[in-house]
Design a binder for this molecule. Sequence first.
Ligand code: ZN
Length: 147
Amino acid sequence: MDLKDLYRDVILDHNKRPRNFGTLDPADSRADGHNPLCGDRLTVTVRMDGDRIDDIRFEGKGCAISTASASLMTEAVKGKDVASIARLRDMVQHALTEHDYEVPGELGKLAALAGVREFPARVKCATLCWHTLDAALGAGAATVSTE
Ligand code: ZN
């Protein structure tokens, strides 16, 4: 399966049936994200076990890319510690923006997001959830904007 097919299939699937959609209550932390360029809005809630994400949900309204990206992210980060999540986030960032970046196998389904390279205007749709997660994990403000 080439990258374009993978992109289309995975994005369509996760947009239609978002995983981990909803809100955790109670949650250890939450953050809101907004991408004014496209109008995407997300809320991420997390429950921690030490420095590991025990559970995560996202909710919001956005385009197919922002929804699918958030859905893929929640699947990828559940059970991982903060350091591993930061590594994943950096790999996703490279995959989204660098044409000659060789997408590492450990990205798994997140590799599909590399298809967004073809649409530079949509990169912020795909990174919104990661910025919002960063904020929820305490690396930034509790409300983030991609602007
Ligand atoms: Zn968008």
